[in-house]
Design a protein around this ligand. Sequence first.
Ligand code: ADP
Ligand code: MG
Ligand code: MG
Length: 190
Amino acid sequence: MFTPENLRKSLELFNEKIQAKKDYLSELDTPIGDGDHGNNMARGMNAVMATDLSGDLPEIFKATAMALINKVGGASGPLYGTAMMEMMKASKESHDPETLLKAAIAGIEKRGNSQPGEKTMLDLWVPAVDNLNNGTLNSATLEILVEQTKNIKATKGRASYVGERSIGHIDPGAMSSAYFFESLIEAGVF
Ligand code: ADP
Ligand code: MG
Ligand code: MG
């Protein structure tokens, strides 16, 4: 179950991972994008950490969403921001992680006009939530999901500009999303 405490802890852990892996995330974005994903996420999470996260669940999700939408220039800002905004809305009715994460996925799909199989963060979020439902979500399965994004040809986002040449590379947004799910696991949300 989500609680204000474990959500705050998750965001702190996510921030630590993003700051530690900033250069790696931007390196992943270099061959198939514009090399800024780590910098974008690091800037966004710095802004999240600088906001007041002392409220209830909807308030924490909303503050996170606003910081990401306002501070991240790239595609990932509005997409993560939309995910957090949808979790904010859903958290008024439910504290069940699967319910909230599914609302987030629907928001990403709508905002990104995207579906799993297009080499985006959805190729992490959608199977990760399936694994959560099966009881098989852990850092090893997350790593496999990240690796599997190598096999996909990008048809959305900047990576779609390189077409076939996107094959063989990890999607940077899937990697950062794996850090998000790891943070939820480590904070005890599931
Ligand atoms: P930008 O591409 O604007 O530089 P980032 O580098 O921060 O933004 O983020 C790129 C990541 O955003 C990609 O690796 C991918 O996971 C995700 N992404 C891009 N476009 C979409 C989309 N339409 N739907 C879902 N995710 C997307
Ligand atoms: Mg980029
Ligand atoms: Mg960019």
